[in-house]
Design a protein around this ligand. Sequence first.
Ligand SMILES: Nc1nc2c(ncn2[C@@H]2O[C@H](COP(=O)(O)OP(=O)(O)OP(=O)(O)O)[C@@H](O)[C@H]2O)c(=O)[nH]1
Ligand SMILES: [Mg+2]
Length: 460
Amino acid sequence: MNLERLFEAPIAAVATAPGPAGVCVVRVSGAGALALGDRLTPDATGKTSDREGGTFFHAAVLHPVTRERIDDAVFLVYRAPRSYTGEDTLEIQGHGGSVSARRLLEAVLAAGARPAQPGEFTRRAFLNGRMDLTQAEAVCDLISAKTDRAAQAARMQLEGVLGRSVGACYEAMLELCAEVEHFLDFDEGELPPAFMERAAARLAAARLDLEGLAATWHEGKLLREGALVVISGRPNAGKSSLLNALLGHARAIVHEQPGTTRDVIEEFYALDGVPLRLVDTAGLRESSDAVEQEGVDRARTLIARSDLNIHVLDGSVAAGHDALEELAALPAEKTLLVLSKKDLPTFSPPPVPQGLTAVCLSTKSGEGLQPLRVALSALLELHDSVEGHAAVSQRHVTELREAITQAGAADALLAGTPAPDLALVASHLRASAEALGRIVGRVYTDDLLDAVFSRFCVGK
Ligand SMILES: Nc1nc2c(ncn2[C@@H]2O[C@H](COP(=O)(O)OP(=O)(O)OP(=O)(O)O)[C@@H](O)[C@H]2O)c(=O)[nH]1
Ligand SMILES: [Mg+2]
């Protein structure tokens, strides 16, 4: 996006969710935002553009062209730089409801604003130095958080926890790079004593910090995207009963007839504050029924894509040769074996293959459900708390890995004999610093910002 265009007119959007509500908020930001208030409230006592920041007033809103009375609203006045975006901002609180919000926005656009793009308010906040890029991303994460824990991790990032850690690494790397560049034209004998060793030690410490941050990616991915957990197994094993038992209501049809579930049933489920996409599937068997076979094919595709597969085996009937072979072939690292129908007198499950985590349970009595949750949590490697750190995203980890690789290349050169080409060392250090700079937004391109802010909703 062209940066000059970005700032030419105030931007406006409805900041509240659509639908019936007490209040709707239309937000206007940019040079001229307050003068726009003058055009909307010709009957108000005093002009909006004369008001101080941090004040509010109540006025009738008139359409600037048709003069039709649109609404009665409360106007909040913010003056640059003391606003979310760092620009003059007007927040108009009108009556809620989709129609009311649309009419208010139309009047604001007629008064001279242009519609905001997704994330454009936050993009301006970033460009005006109100927050670093990790904080801007955290705003989006916080809005889309599905559990308390995901919201808590986003809030930590919004407070700047991640930005400060990465920012410190960025500065350390730049400083080291500048020092190495300073000695580029020196002969080896002219360098300060133990120069290479000290540089290598500083680099090793920085790499350790970066690796620590990169290690939070797994948790970050789970919190942002949720884990895909697929319940699979033979027909009639008790898969849909298990889905219902975990959810606490009869979401899927349960029936004694094998082949009851044919489609994929996906539900949201929070496990220890981590959002899961819990999916019930068609019982795995070869079927001459084309619809059922399609369900089975979909189930297999989902199992392959899953973060974790809960494989349900009916423990109340003797497992045949095929079922035992299937058990032996399950990948232990991403499978949780459930031996179902423990309440039945015929319950006599087969031996569990070594390395596989298994839980015996009954959805009728509820026995085994809590151990199942604990086992799920362990297999997904969920830790108790995110307090104290923010978990990095896919974008962050890609840049962190680049920074680590480049720092590693510099380190290897410093350790080598004969003495390394310092220009080459410096170029690796600079590349490492730039990757870190891209995480916090100290180094950025419009393409990078477009990619980050396109994930946002309009109005934030
Ligand atoms: N006694 C007992 N019966 C169970 C239990 N879990 C499931 N059942 C019964 O087993 C039968 C099949 O249950 P479902 O949950 O529909 O099994 P499913 O694996 O989803 O079956 P398909 O969708 O046909 O593949 C039903 O009659 C359930 O009532 C259990 O823990 N104990
Ligand atoms: Mg079913």
